[in-house]
Design a protein around this ligand. Structure first.
Ligand code: ADP
Ligand code: MG
Length: 278
């Protein structure tokens, strides 16, 4: 077989069960950071996600919306490998990551907030960020860099706290933070891992107007040099932030495009009207 790097080649290797060989043949980097092809997840006989195709552009904010039960969280779990797909292919930076474990894809730079970044309520805000900076996933990425001294860490802690607007709360107990500040701390501990692809599952759920605005600004700031996929029910926020939107309904992609396109799509409107909860 010729040593081409095209995805068809990878498919053949995968179908022949030669995962190692397929993984050794990365497709050259292009503008897409993540591609899902025919991603399917069945729980018993129930298909929660069926043939989902996703193409996420590097440095974009990509939103996933859809009525309750549409398969958004399941798709997130497939991307972060908390769930293994029943079938389909997932490619990150041109590399087939379909068979990798959750820690392995985290080390590659796919990090989900706010699950992976647990907050320890008895520690201070700064201690929580310090712990996140010392996480194994991050150390694996940063191992060969020289500035790993503790004082360098202090500088990074302050920088992160400044970014999320928590410098005043540096020495407060994390458990005493107001809800919006806690969300900001979760953001900081996720950012500490320096993810290339950051997944946010309902980042503004439960927040009041002021905090929603703060988190919106924060998402915009952190998106400057990374890619974000977010599930969000607040459509006004989605319209302001998202470059591209994938609408899921009943486990399938219903529509895709910028906000103006999907919000005027009859099928999307019907899917939302048909689900009174959303
Ligand atoms: P969304 O996040 O869009 O609200 P989910 O991805 O959470 O939707 O769920 C999609 C569908 O899959 C729902 O009908 C849900 O009940 C079902 N589902 C999710 N996780 C499981 C599971 N572990 N076992 C069985 N069914 C599940
Ligand atoms: Mg969900």
């Amino acid at each position: 077989m010729a040593a081409t790097n095209d995805s068809g080649d990878q498919h053949l290797l995968l179908r022949a069960g030669r995962y190692e060989d397929a993984l050794l043949k990365p497709v050259p980097r292009d503008d897409n950071i993540l591609e899902a092809r025919n991603l399917t997840k069945c729980f018993g006989s129930f298909a929660a996600v069926t043939d989902v195709n996703l193409t996420v552009k590097r440095h974009s904010i990509h939103a996933m919306i859809g009525p309750n039960g549409a398969g958004k969280t399941t798709t997130f779990n497939l991307i972060t490998k908390f769930l293994k797909p029943t079938s389909g292919l997932l490619r990150f930076n041109g590399e087939d990551v379909t068979q990798l474990s959750a820690p392995a894809v985290a080390r590659k730079g796919i990090v989900r907030s706010f699950q992976i970044s647990a907050i320890f309520p008895r520690m201070t805000v700064a201690e929580n960020v310090r712990l996140a900076l010392l996480r194994p996933a991050r150390l694996a990425q940063r191992f060969w860099r020289s500035e790993r001294g503790l004082s360098a860490l202090d500088g990074q802690i302050d920088e992160l706290l400044k970014k999320v607007g928590l410098r005043q709360q540096r020495n407060s107990c994390a458990g005493s933070l107001a809800y919006g500040h806690r969300r900001a701390l979760e953001f900081a501990t996720t950012l500490a891992l320096d993810p290339e692809l950051m997944l946010l599952d309902e980042p503004t759920s439960g927040l009041g107007h002021e905090d929603v605005d703060r988190i919106t600004d924060l998402i915009r700031v952190v998106s400057a040099d990374r890619t974000i996929i977010m599930v969000e029910h607040n459509l006004s926020l989605v319209s302001r932030l998202a470059d591209q939107i994938t609408v899921l309904a009943r486990g399938r992609v219903l529509a895709e495009g910028p906000y103006e396109t999907v919000s005027s799509d009859r099928r999307v409107i019907e899917a939302y009207i048909g689900d009174a909860d959303d």
